[in-house]
Design a protein around this ligand. Structure first.
Ligand SMILES: Cc1cc2nc3c(=O)[nH]c(=O)nc-3n(C[C@H](O)[C@H](O)[C@H](O)COP(=O)(O)OP(=O)(O)OC[C@H]3O[C@@H](n4cnc5c(N)ncnc54)[C@H](O)[C@@H]3O)c2cc1C
Ligand code: FES
Ligand code: FES
Length: 1439
């Protein structure tokens, strides 16, 4: 019987629907919740499992969300819980992730554990120690939204051999994993080995797993399909659907093979799984995975790959980690390859070049499952932005195809019966398989390939002296689609070895992939090829190719931008060969190259994986006597997070008969609703009920938010934004609920008025919210901005700064579970930042009293403000469904719906006039800021916060500010980490940036010149707009100076200038910015119970969302209760304290988690409660004397209380932080600063961060390890906002176009600065708070502005270079690019719509986010650029 083994236990697959996702099977059938589905599309890795194939081959980590269980028969699968859990021992990876503070909310953590576990196992099996870069490559593609990745990279280093242990700081004692100390064995089983072609049948569907091409062909022949194709061709049988790795369904969900009558899996077909060498070619079976092809190619590189899997070399470590000196910035980068005195290095071996490109395909887990053939089919039929297709096209590959209609298959099966090896091109022909050039395969009509099997790909082995180069321009290193990709293959006339001035190009294969008008285009660049063919490689032919390639991208969605990028790529492609042939600098054949040209022959190397990130953390020791408060204590229950045993709302066990829910959402942005018909849905299998506004009593169709705002739970008469919920389908499974929701028909009438879909449109139509101050801030003015502007020596007028909207991307989507209780009461689990709000909202919707509703939350898988209020509709809907059906209802939003419904940070646009001196002192600033709040105001704090934070630390004598809150027909925005503060900082720092640019001054200097002066002694510091902060709070000058010194700012400015001088195509910049954050500390309740066995249970107001609240609360309880013990016996063991789930049955109010101060407020409350208990127990402690133990103390209390347990000493106490001095509503300001060095490739717009140094004032930290993690995580989120994250709407329908992680680019490890140093400012105190701590969750987010500042500087240097080259004085074509934010409904249009217009006012200024597109726009301005002319000019200069 076919079976799968999960964590050593065998599960039969008979009768199991074969298309069931492995993730669902593991969670539901194997009851293992450590597998988490956070994206469902292969782009986060949280669902990873470690899988060993039936033949016992190499284990690999796979995304179980993309793996149908039907293709896993005979496999043995381990989850994170299988690697180690509390019932057994933990795996070394788990122990280190816990010890290194590499897990915050923990939702992503099991995925990381599995990825690293796979790397260790592979290395152990090969009998070697893994390198850090190799381990980092194993989690390439795993997403974490909390940690900033640095601690995860430290885990890689600690497990690897050869790491510099200094780099691991506190954790340097950990020894690496080695063949002598391999990871512990995990429970596996040989599995149910296959005996014959496997057949699974369920629900009328058949899945076949043939083992040979002959069996496959026989299956096709038996299916009885004719040539006609279709679902049941003339032959009457079903068209077989081929499934290889099934990863294609991650990007194209319609490909999920759920409704196919006949599925044939390709993973077991021997001939398609092998790579053979025959007649000067590699014949790669179509079912060979991308990872396997990489390994094959690397094995052919003389000397091999430095680290298996195409990972970066570990050069980051070789430099001696953790030092802060400028020289330690890793130079194994594009820049070093390009610059300094070093010439362009010799081109890599062609196989290494192709492997380098393939290593950037997807993430590690997709590469481990996704096949070469599957990729090419997706490129041909779905318009996938394929790197594989471009890379292989430039290589000159061809494909072997088979017709699998039954007649043809029968004939071929007969041919194959003799044991023909069909993956060999020649033998493929023997079974009737024609070989087709790849360009013909990709370029035919793109009609579905039903009836066509791609058997193999033939790669001619490169001839001696042949040259191959390939690259991908993309928003990030991997797990992201290309913006453009290219591959160039050159063969030279025999004998020459390809000398630049020797033989002519005999064969040129130039492939380009880019966004065409309607979909991704990949083709040979005929014009560029023609320019090269028959000519020697020389400056002249290079210039000709650069000129010609412009015509090759004429069909691009944005021809001008595409031409600039294609020229950049061609230059990068051809120069290494040209420079190599010319001896790197001098022309061996025709005398020296002109110096100007020689300088240009230093290009960045392509596809360089970043080295493993490193960093240094500095903080003060815990004060004496306070421990464990103030110590870097391990996170509470972190080992449960690493093994996946930690429970989130979606993991709470369901009672029998539980149901699931899915929204029915609007497909219009603004329309009247004429009718909703759910009949078809109700008739669908599994669907139980439909709920809409009509089911709710008058006045109950609403979710009320604080501050009086409310919005309907279900749209009824009118739809206000695309995807707004109209109803809810309740069904027996999540899949059935989703399918049912899609069947509900909604009839729309004409909209009352056209929708407002953009900020520009809102302004044009004066679509503003009218709300009272401070929600809508009153206009503010100080001094005489207009008069001062007129009088200022310098001025910039009418400038704009646009800050795009971004999305929370917590890994746990909005989730709730409603459990009906007796008498109509309801218990609701909600992933919530405020369970009190959940209780009230559910009670209101159900018409119950508050005490009839219990809201519960244990932990939240990331929130970032998105679960303050936007969790309420999900919780209320689940409760309504449970009330209606009388059953438990779980409602977990899928990622796409979550992205569409969550407004995130609101988009902002600032217009300003600014007057200043030649020295950059700002004398006048008039700002008008527009914030796009969306269709409902939710909790519109952004305007209020922006108005209060806009001045940052600046003292501007004449300033006016107007803030407008715009209404639009888009999803409501809500709190998001630093709401309003983030926009304020980015706007204000951009204003200063523009002033500095206008003055030609260093922006950091201009910042300093405008900072408020410290007060002479005591008193207050005056900021602009009459804002004052206590002088004692104004730590900015101190931390700014410290940062300047520790980052080596002055010296590095000089180094960057020198670097830029000698590197034509890579430019660096340094940026230094600051952050200010005003905090209010709310009162928080706490409830502490002591048990007579000595254990302690604590409940504190606030949710654990990954920020370490429960850890700090535990530390506070331990520290406070330890005071009862003699000093020698302190502190109490940590395991004595347990933090209870939050429930409104215990603490009904004061639970809001937000504003970064919840942890400190909760600690106040806990200290208060513990103080009460201390007082009660003090006499008993005194009786015990200096030798007393905690156990004796509790025994004495128990004795006193007698049998009833509570006669004398109550063992429970309530605390409330307001009762502590200054604890309630205490206000203070947090400061911080960061310095970032960034680098830009001015040929393609690619950018990367080299190093960031942060200094944050956290007062005296409650837990410095947690707080460093908060700084790193907030910075990472800010970097996403600044560099890559952008929500884009369809201009016509208002649909969110960036509704998947394929189109919404959050930072992965590769996007982080290579070196990240964090210092918690020593000696800072806030005496009125617990231990003198300050808030840390939100303020560091704004430090990401330093990256923008650094990029601005790099771009300015790039523009200067281009201007000097004369490369911007004409263009491949004139005219800029299309505007940002447009785009149509389909995927290709959406990506083509990426912004590429120059900024308003000053084209040298970057638009946010500083994506590749925007960097190119800022580099080229609106005029494009002609590198051909620049090369020609340089070549002729010295002649
Ligand atoms: C998250 C993610 C990121 C990605 N990033 C990149 C990237 O950066 N660059 C890039 O180039 N690609 C990228 N991809 C695409 C990835 O490479 C492909 O999904 C993968 O190679 C497809 O192989 P598969 O075996 O999973 O195909 P499947 O999903 O099994 O099949 C895909 C399609 O091809 C058909 N098919 C498969 N094999 C054959 C065959 N031999 N003959 C006929 N039909 C066949 C199937 O019927 C199906 O229609 C990404 C994919 C994901 C999910
Ligand atoms: S849930 Fe599978 S990769 Fe994200
Ligand atoms: S710890 Fe990684 S997403 Fe929260």
């Amino acid at each position: 019987m076919a079976a799968i083994v999960i964590n050593g236990q065998e599960f039969g697959l008979e009768g199991v629907e074969p298309s069931t996702r492995l993730a669902s099977f593991v969670r539901q059938t194997a009851c293992d919740k450590s597998v988490r589905v956070a994206c469902g599309s292969g782009l986060c890795g949280s669902c990873a499992v470690l899988a060993t194939p039936p033949d016992g081959g190499e284990p690999r980590a796979l995304n179980s969300c993309l793996t149908p269980v039907g293709s896993m028969a005979g496999w043995s699968v381990s989850t994170a819980a299988g690697l180690g859990c509390s019932a057994r021992s933990h795996h070394p990876v788990q122990e280190r992730v816990a010890a290194f503070h590499a897990s915050q909310c923990g939702f992503c953590t099991p995925g990381f554990v599995v990825g690293l576990g796979a790397g260790l196992e592979r290395a152990a099996a090969a009998g070697r120690q893994p390198a850090a870069a190799e381990l980092a490559a194993c989690i390439d593609g795993n997403l974490c939204r909390c940690t900033g990745f640095r601690p995860l990279m430290d885990v890689c280093k600690s497990l690897a051999g050869g790491a510099d242990i200094e780099d691991l700081g506190l954790h340097s004692a950990y020894s690496p994993c080695s063949p002598e100390a391999p990871p512990p064995a995990r429970p596996t089983s040989a599995g149910a080995a296959r005996k014959g072609p496997l057949r699974l049948q369920a629900g009328g569907r058949t899945w076949l797993a043939p083992r040979s091409l002959q069996e496959l062909l026989q299956a096709c022949a038996d299916a009885g399909t004719s040539d006609g194709g279709g679902d049941g061709g003339d032959g009457g049988g079903p068209v077989p659907r081929f499934v290889a790795g099934n990863t294609g369904s991650g990007l194209f969900p319609q490909l999920w093979p759920s409704d196919c009558p006949l599925v044939i899996t390709l993973g077991g077909v021997e001939e398609m799984r092998t790579v053979t060498e025959a007649e000067g070619s590699l014949v790669v079976g179509a079912a060979v995975t991308i990872a396997e092809l990489i390994a094959t190619l690397e094995a052919r590189v003389p000397g091999g790959s430095p680290t298996p899997g195409g990972a970066a070399t570990d050069n980051g470590l070789a430099n001696g980690g953790g030092t802060a000196d400028a020289a330690s910035v890793d130079d194994g980068t594009a820049a070093s390859a390009a610059g300094g005195a070093a010439p362009t290095p010799p081109p890599p071996h062609p196989c290494a070049a192709l492997a380098g490109l393939l290593a950037r395909v997807a993430g590690a887990h997709v590469r481990a499952a996704g096949t070469v053939g599957g990729n090419l089919m997706l490129a041909r039929e779905q318009g996938l932005e394929s790197d594989v297709a471009t890379g292989l096209l430039g290589w000159g590959a061809s494909v072997v195809l088979l017709n699998t209609s039954s007649e043809a298959a029968a004939a071929a099966a007969n041919n194959a019966a003799g044991g023909v090896h069909a993956t060999n091109g020649k033998n493929g022909a023997a079974v009737g398989a024609p070989e087709v050039p790849l360009e013909d395969f990709l370029g035919d009509d793109g009609s579905p390939g039903a009836g066509r099997l791609l058997v193999a790909v033939r790669l001619p082995l490169p001839a001696e002296g042949a040259y191959y180069w390939t690259s991908k321009v993309a928003p990030a290193h991997s797990s992201v689609h290309a913006t453009m990709n290219a591959a160039v293959g050159l063969r030279f006339a025999s004998g020459s070895g390809g000398s630049a001035h020797g033989a002519a190009v005999a064969d040129a294969s130039v492939a380009l992939g880019y966004y065409g008008a309607n979909r991704w285009a990949v083709h040979r660049a005929a014009a560029a090829e023609a320019a090269l063919m028959g000519r020697q490689l020389s400056p002249a032919s290079l210039a000709a190719a650069l000129k010609a390639v412009v015509a090759d991208v004429a069909g691009a969605a944005r021809p001008s931008a595409a031409a600039a990028m294609a020229q950049g790529l061609m230059l990068q492609a051809l120069v290494p060969r040209l420079a190599g042939a010319a001896g790197g600098a001098d022309d061996g054949g025709e005398g020296p190259l002109p110096p100007a040209l020689r300088r240009l022959l230093r290009v960045p190397a392509p596809n360089q994986a970043p080295p493993v990130m490193r960093g240094r953390q500095e903080f003060e020791e815990a004060p004496e006597g306070a421990a464990p408060l103030g110590a870097p204590m391990e996170k509470d229950r972190v080992l449960l997070q690493t093994s996946g045993e930690a429970q989130y709302t979606g993991d709470v066990p369901l009672p029998a008969g539980a149901q699931h829910a899915a929204w029915v959402t609007a497909s219009e942005a603004c329309a009247t609703v004429e009718g909703i018909d759910a009949a078809a849905a109700l008739a669908a299998p599994g669907v139980v009920a439909f709920i809409c506004a009509a089911d709710l009593p008058e006045g109950r169709n609403s979710v009320a938010f604080p501050m009086g705002a409310s919005e309907p739970l279900f749209a009824s008469e009118q739809v206000e934004y695309h995807s707004q919920p109209l109803g809810l389908i309740v069904a027996t499974s999540q899949e059935a609920a989703k399918r049912g929701a899609a069947l509900v028909r909604v009839a729309y009438g004409p909209p009352p008025e056209p929708p407002v879909l953009s900020l520009a449109e809102a302004r044009r139509r004066s679509s503003y919210y009218k709300m009272p101050p401070p929600i809508a801030p009153a206009d503010q003015v100080e001094g005489d901005p207009e008069g001062a502007l007129a009088a200022a020596p310098r001025a910039i007028r009418g400038r704009r700064v646009a800050v795009p909207a971004n999305y929370h991307l917590y890994l746990e989507t909005q989730s709730a579970l409603a459990l009906p209780d007796e008498g109509g009461a309801m218990k609701v689990w909600s992933a919530a930042q405020d369970i009190g709000m959940v209780q009230k909202a559910v009670a209101t919707a159900l018409g119950k009293r508050h005490h009839e509703v219990e809201a519960v939350c244990r932990r939240v898988g990331g929130a970032f403000g998105g679960k303050c209020t936007r969790n309420l509709p999900v919780a209320v809907a689940a409760a309504l469904a449970a009330a209606k059906t009388g059953r438990a209802v779980r409602f977990v939003q899928d990622r796409q719906t979550d992205m569409r419904l969550m407004g995130g940070h609101c988009e902002a646009l600032a217009e300003f006039d600014c007057g200043f001196t030649e020295e950059g002192e700002i004398q006048s600033l008039s700002l008008e800021v527009f914030l796009l709040l969306g269709a409902f105001p939710d909790v519109p704090l952004d305007g209020m916060n922006l108005a209060s934070m806009i001045t940052m630390a600046y003292s501007i004598p004449n300033l006016s500010l107007k803030v407008r809150l715009c209404r639009s027909n888009t999803a409501p925005t809500t709190f998001m980490r630093a709401p309003g503060d983030a926009q304020a900082a980015l706007i204000m720092e951009s204003v200063v940036e523009q002033v500095a640019a206008a003055c030609g001054l260093d922006a950091a200097l201009v910042r300093e010149r405008n900072f408020a002066e410290p007060a002479e002694s005591g008193g207050v510091v005056r900021l602009a707009l009459k804002k004052e902060v206590p002088a004692a709070d104004y730590t900015l000058p101190r931390l700014w100076a410290r940062l300047k010194e520790s980052a080596g700012y002055e010296a590095r400015c000089a180094e960057v200038a020198a670097f830029n001088l000698s590197n034509p195509w890579v430019k660096r910049g340094l940026g230094m910015t600051h952050t200010r954050f005003d905090c209010g500390v709310p009162a928080k309740p706490a409830y502490v119970s002591l048990f007579t066995d000595g254990s302690v249970l604590v409940q504190a107001g606030g949710s654990e969302v990954g920020q370490g609240l429960t850890t700090k609360v535990k530390q506070a309880a331990l520290s406070e209760l330890s005071q009862l013990l003699p000093e020698a016996r302190r502190p109490l063991p940590a395991e004595l304290v347990r933090i209870a789930d939050q429930t409104t049955n215990v603490l009904p109010a004061g639970n809001l988690t937000g504003g970064s101060t919840t942890s400190e407020a909760a600690c106040h409350g806990v200290k208060q409660a513990c103080g009460v208990l201390r007082e009660r127990l003090a006499p008993f402690a005194a009786d015990l004397g200096p030798e007393g133990t905690w156990g004796q103390l509790m025994a004495a209390v128990a004795k006193a209380n007698g049998l009833s347990g509570c006669q004398k000493v109550p063992l429970t106490a309530v605390g409330y932080s307001a009762e502590l001095e200054g604890g309630c509503d205490a206000r203070y300001t947090v400061w911080g600063a960061a310095c970032t060095e960034a680098e830009v490739n001015i040929l393609t717009g690619e950018r990367r961060l080299l190093r960031t140094d942060c200094v944050m004032d956290c007062g005296r930290s409650l837990n410095p390890a947690v707080d460093v993690g908060q700084v790193e995580g907030a910075l990472a989120q800010g970097l996403g906002m600044v560099l890559s994250e952008e929500r884009r709407m369809c201009a016509a329908t208002g649909r969110l176009l960036t509704d998947s992680l394929w189109h919404y680019h959050a930072p992965t490890a590769a996007a982080m600065p290579r070196q990240l140093n964090v210092c918690l400012l020593p000696g800072s105190r806030l005496e009125r708070s617990t231990l003198s701590a300050k808030a840390v969750g939100e303020p560091p987010l704004m430090l990401a502005a330093s990256a923008l500042s650094a990029l601005q500087a790099a771009v300015r240097a790039g523009r200067a270079e281009l201007a000097a080259l004369g490369a911007s004085s004409g263009g491949p074509s004139s005219g800029g690019a299309s505007s940002n934010g447009g785009g149509g409904e389909d995927g290709s249009e959406r990506l083509a719509s990426g912004g590429c217009e120059g900024s308003d006012g000053d084209a040298s200024l970057l638009q946010l986010p500083a994506s590749v597109d925007h960097v190119m726009a800022a580099l080229c301005g609106a005029r494009g650029r002609d590198l051909a002319a620049a090369v020609r000019a340089a070549a002729s200069d010295a002649r």
